[in-house]
Structure formats: C-alpha cells, structure tokens
Design a protein. Structure first.
Length: 318
C-alpha cells in the first residue's frame, strides 16, 4: 500500500489520534459515532464479530480506504491492523477481478477493452478511493482547454490541434516525467495520484494523453517500444514522447533510441499496441515497482491477475 495518506498522529493519545484521522479522512456519508462503534469491535476475539465489522466497513465503499490506511499505520494492536488491512485488500482484489471480467467481455468489433475504464480500475487497486467521475471531469477540462487554445492557434490543421493538446497537457496542466529517484514509485502508474502529482512514467502519461486527445478529437495510438512508450499520430507520422513534455520524434529518432537502448530494431517495435497490451504493461511496471519496496502482497496479487488476463486472451484466441 502507498504511504501518501499517512499523517503524523503517532504522538497523540489513541482516542485523540482516532478523532484526528476521522476528521481528516472519514467520508461525510459515514457517521463518526457509527464508525467509532465499529472500530471498538475490531479487537473482539470472536472472529464472527470481526467479520461482520469488516463487511460493514466495506459497505461504505472505497472512499473509506484513506481512513482505514491512516488508522492501521498508527495502530499498535496487530489484530485491528490486520482487520483493517483485510478490508482494504478486499477492495483491491475486487478491482482486479473487474479487470479480468472486462477482458473477458472485450468488444466484439475491436477485440479490445476501454482504456479509460481499465486504467481507472487499475487505479482502484492502488487507491480504492479513486473517484472515476472526478478524474473524467479533470480530463474533460483539459480537453476543453485544447479546444480553446486551438481556436486561437495560428494554424487550424492537425498539427495545430496536436500542438494545442501539448500546450494544454504539458504547459498548462503541467504533466511531466517522474524524477529519477522517484521513477519506480507505484504512484507514478495510478490515475488517482497522477492527476494530483502530475508526474508519471512514460506509459501512464501516454494513457492520460491518449484519453485527452480522444476527447479533443485527435486520433492517436500507443506504441510500446522496448524500454519506452510513446504515442503516434498516423496522419502526421509523428511520435509524441509524453515523458519528455510532448517532444516530437520521427521514425528515425525512435530507431536511434531503440539501438541506443541495446536492442536490434524491428519494424514491429513501432506498431500500434492494443489497450489490453497497455494494461498488461502497466501491471508489469507495478509488479516491478512493488517488488523494489518489498510489497509482497501487491506483487502476488498483480502477478496472479496478469496471468489470468493472459489466460483469458489465450482462450479467446483459441
């Protein structure tokens, strides 16, 4: 799990600590009195009582996750910590199960999944409180800025529209590549944190860029080069490097990058990749990121779901 929601409550009394966490993280739809009553039952030695409490906590929905995470990071009772962790992990597992179901129900016309729905579900794995509506509205707002900028642009053509996407996404919204020391943090892959921090790795930035461009009426697709991920504009024959603030690359630039990364260039390396392939690559990146920080549960859960998605794809192809 991520540590970005942690608050320094450790030096307070248990009651004061809980009150502070509730004030900061408890959803408005949850009554403090009810939540306190549930919390007081979490150290009950009767497992059936704990199970009932966990089920009730889960019924509040993913928005309760920041509150539960903050409590278990300062709670000294291991039994309570374990119960809270189980609730959050159940939210995470639900998101992964929904991803597999999405792949099983791929669109019969495109034989692919909806990219936005997929990255939002993946974000719910890292952050069950991911607000899909708020993220969609944020992307809508950026796309509206693209249109406004395009109306004022000196050239009303595909290049002018693409430049307007870059201006809105990189200059105004200020998305950029993650710094070297923070590159492998899981937060760089989740829409929930990416919209807040504005820093990501190539594929996560490309995913958001594709969603904004689609809203703005720009036809692009993802290209999964070895050791890098870019976006391609087929009409202009331009590759866009979202990790480097939207720099335009030619096909020769991409070839040089591939050779420089130690790979033998193959034309297929610049082919379009499916949304399912983007999802799987994002999952692989997360597996690596979590393994670097010894988050074994997350690694195992993501490995299992990646295998399930691949198995589903093989069954459909067979």
């Amino acid at each position: 799990m991520q540590a970005s929601d942690a608050t320094p409550h450790e030096n307070r009394s248990p009651e004061s600590r809980l009150q502070s966490i509730m004030q900061e993280h408890l959803p408005r739809t949850v009554a403090e009195k009810e939540f306190k009553a549930l919390y007081s039952l979490l150290d009950d030695t009767d497992e059936s009582v704990c199970l009932a409490v966990r089920q009730k906590l889960k019924s509040y929905g993913g928005a309760i996750a920041p509150c539960l995470r903050s409590i278990w990071r300062t709670e000294t009772n291991e039994h309570i910590c374990h119960s809270l962790q189980l609730v959050v992990q159940s939210f995470q597992q639900d998101a992964l199960f929904e991803l597999v179901d999405m792949v099983k129900g791929t669109d019969s016309d495109t034989n692919d999944i909806d990219l936005e729905a997929a990255i939002l579900l993946l974000s719910r794995f890292g952050y069950p409180e991911t607000d899909s509506i708020a993220i969609g509205q944020a992307l809508d707002a950026i796309a509206l800025r693209v249109h406004a900028l395009f109306m004022k642009a000196p050239q009303h053509n595909e290049l002018g529209l693409l430049l307007s996407v870059n201006q809105a996404f990189f200059e105004e919204a200020q998305f950029a590549g993650a710094e070297d020391e923070a590159y492998h943090q899981p937060d760089n892959s989740y829409a929930h944190t990416l919209l807040k921090n504005k820093r990501g790795i190539p594929i996560s930035l490309c995913a958001l860029y594709l969603l904004v461009a689609e809203r703005a009426g720009v036809s692009l697709f993802g290209v999964g080069m070895p050791a890098h991920f870019v976006v391609y504009h087929p009409e202009l024959d331009i590759f866009i490097d979202t990790f480097n603030k939207g720099a335009f690359l030619s096909r020769e630039d991409c070839k040089r990058f591939i050779h420089g990364a130690g790979f033998t260039y193959e034309p297929s390396m610049l082919d379009r990749v499916s949304n399912i392939a983007i999802l799987l690559r994002m999952i692989r990146n997360l597996i690596f990121a979590y393994s670097k920080s010894d988050n074994d549960w997350e690694v195992a859960a993501l490995q299992e779901i990646s295998a399930a998605i691949l198995e589903t794809m093989n069954q459909e192809e067979g």
